[in-house]
Design a binder for this molecule. Structure first.
Ligand SMILES: Cc1cc2nc3c(=O)[nH]c(=O)nc-3n(C[C@H](O)[C@H](O)[C@H](O)COP(=O)(O)O)c2cc1C
Length: 584
């Protein structure tokens, strides 16, 4: 038996239509059939011209030269033709309809009476049964009515019959469900087998295939939350589709005011997940492929207590699917009481804050947790983090810390070289003022930029007025100011190092409590190191006999702080996430 399937979705192989079609055909092959799929999106098929040349001057042959010729040959051989389509405006897609119109050469022009109506006989009276496979966006099946009627009309006058209509409402769920819908795919496979073996579907298969993929309430919640997350915010250009691969994409998924209003009216009162399953599924619905990039991760989420469950998400190739159960190869494991997770999903609890408080635990690769907000934000258009602060100089954010130290480095070198005090203080004053001015003009100066500028300006003015700081006083005051600057930044919302390191992470991380606390500790370590250096400078001048000892002690904290800074940011968040703060 030869089964020819025609997939009419513009999304081609990445369509929900294909997700339904493939298991069906696999089942048919299990039962011994040979199968082929034609993806209409791949073909050059032009519109029927209505010239009737295929009936008059070139009987049985269309005058248009395109891919339809090959399609007709395949149709002529088919024992079963499967028409597979998404529902577009209550019918099949225009592409599929266009292809069907071009089958006119297969019909004979003469009009004959068939029962109570008239029709055209086929040129070759070969029997070909048909199967309809369709999915639609709405959750109710009533939308398929016109398509079903259309299929009846298409099949009633030719040898063969419509063996089955497999209709899936809420079909976009298939895109996200992974093998959460294994039961449905299994039924499709059984359907393929039954069509070959019995010529119809068993009532059991039929009733499974008629089930809704997810409960209606959940569907509405997830679908509307999904659209909410995907609608490009006002004023942001959107030109990439979340649904079609680039090769098929020709439209603009920009803002949609009508859609926004609709969602405002329908979804808002109903958007919160009601249970853990919905909360996890909801994450998948708002998964942001662009934030994921080439990330490969298996995120196991174990929700304990009443209403809990075990789920895992597989993230790879810019896709995320959710599954129930335990993954064998989880890269990150989240263990949370179900009520905590639900509160986070409902926006009542901040996820990062809850982690800091030890309300849930994370083990394994912690990197994904730092990207959580972006990964499950639906759209990243509002949150694309530039790696550099604004301005014409393409200096990465973290590199600005080195830039901020340039006046200091000059001053330290100048102290060793016993340069003219006006140069020693004037150049750093000018440099720090330039840095501060640049940052002020293009974005905003950091705490370090501001304090450095003030310190060097004051010292510079004194030096130019003929009252320069002595080398020892300059050395001491410099370290003192640095230490005080770094430690004082702890009183601010954003500790000093976070002002720089935030450029290495997604913008959404800037207010993440884990990120801020990690930076606060690093800032404190460096602040104390500078203060310790100031004390050592003092000791060098008070007890110069032990100069070597003071020198060693002076630079040792710098080395230790450097090693600490390289190690701590990776270790500490993972330590806290694994519940480390509970043991203190
Ligand atoms: C132009 C257009 C028209 C649509 N019309 C309907 C419709 O009338 N009823 C419906 O339930 N869904 C409608 N949908 C939604 C699609 O049927 C739904 O997104 C489907 O899952 C797409 O399947 P695919 O991935 O196989 O292309 C429409 C979608 C588009 C793009």
């Amino acid at each position: 038996m030869y089964i020819l399937a025609i997939n009419g979705s513009p999304r081609g192989r990445d369509s929900n239509t294909d997700r339904m079609l493939q298991p069906f055909l696999a089942g048919a092959r299990d039962a011994g059939a040979t199968t082929d799929v034609i993806y209409v999106v791949d073909l050059d098929i032009r519109d029927c011209q209505g010239c009737f040349m295929c009936w008059t001057k070139t009987p049985g042959r269309c005058i248009l030269q395109d891919d339809m010729k090959g399609v007709l040959e395949q149709i002529k051989k088919a024992d079963i033709l499967v028409l597979a389509t998404p529902l577009y405006h209550f019918g099949m897609t225009a592409r599929l309809k266009r292809l069907l119109e071009r089958t006119l050469p297969l019909a004979d022009p003469h009009i004959i009476k068939k029962g109570d109506h008239f029709s055209h006989p086929g040129r070759e009276e070969h029997r070909m049964d048909m199967v309809l496979i369709a999915n639609c966006g709405f959750p109710d099946r009533v939308h398929f009515k016109a398509l079903e009627e259309h299929m009846c009309q298409l099949t009633k006058d030719r040898p063969g019959s419509l063996l089955a209509s497999i209709l899936c409402s809420g079909g976009e769920m298939l895109r996200f469900g992974g093998d959460g819908f294994k039961w449905y795919y299994d039924a499709l496979r059984r359907a393929g087998r039954e069509i070959v073996e019995m010529g119809h579907l068993s009532s059991e298969t039929e009733s499974i295939l008629a089930k809704e993929l997810v409960p209606l309430e959940s569907f509405l919640n997830m679908a509307n939350a999904f659209w909410d997350s995907k609608i490009t915010p006002e004023g942001v250009e959107g030109n990439k589709s979340d649904f079609t691969s680039e090769e098929h994409f020709t439209g603009d998924s920009g803002k949609n005011e009508a859609g926004e209003k609709r969602i405002e009216q329908i979804s808002k009162p109903n958007m919160l997940p009601r249970d853990c399953r919905e909360a996890v599924m909801g994450m998948v619905m708002v998964f942001n492929p662009r934030a994921a990039g080439d990330m490969k991760a298996v995120l196991q989420i174990n929700l304990t207590g009443e209403g809990g469950g075990e789920f895992y998400m597989v993230i790879q190739e810019g896709r995320c699917s959710v599954h129930e159960g335990k993954a064998e190869n989880a890269t990150t494991v989240i263990t949370s009481p179900a009520d905590v997770w639900l509160s986070i999903a409902r926006g009542k609890l901040d996820g990062a804050g809850a982690l800091m408080q030890g309300l849930y635990k994370v083990t394994g690769d912690f990197g994904i947790m730092l990207k959580m907000k972006d990964l499950f934000s639906g759209t990243d258009s509002k949150d694309e983090a530039p790696a550099c602060p604004a301005g014409p100089l393409p200096i990465p954010g973290m590199m600005w810390l080195t830039v901020a130290f340039l006046p200091w480095i000059f001053n330290w070198i100048a102290t060793g070289m016993e340069l003219n005090p006006a140069v020693k203080w004037g150049v750093p004053a000018l440099g720090s003022l330039l840095i501060w001015g640049y940052r002020k003009y293009y974005n905003s100066p950091t705490w370090m930029d501001s304090i450095s500028a003030v310190y060097f300006l004051v010292a510079g003015v004194f030096a130019l007025a003929g009252y320069p700081l002595s080398p020892a006083a300059g050395d001491f005051s410099g370290n003192l100011v640095l230490g005080a600057t770094w430690l004082a930044s702890l009183a601010k919302e954003v500790p000093l190092t976070a002002e720089y390191s935030r450029w290495n992470y997604p913008a959404s991380l800037a207010d993440n409590p884990m990120f801020l606390r990690t930076n606060a500790i690093i800032t404190a370590v460096w602040g104390e190191a500078y203060l310790f250096m100031a004390v050592m400078v003092l000791m060098m001048n008070l007890i110069p006999e032990y100069k070597i000892l003071w020198m060693v002690l002076r630079y040792l904290p710098l080395l230790l702080a450097g090693v600490f800074t390289a190690w701590f940011p990776d270790w500490y968040p993972a330590y806290i996430a694994a519940g480390g703060n509970k043991h203190r």
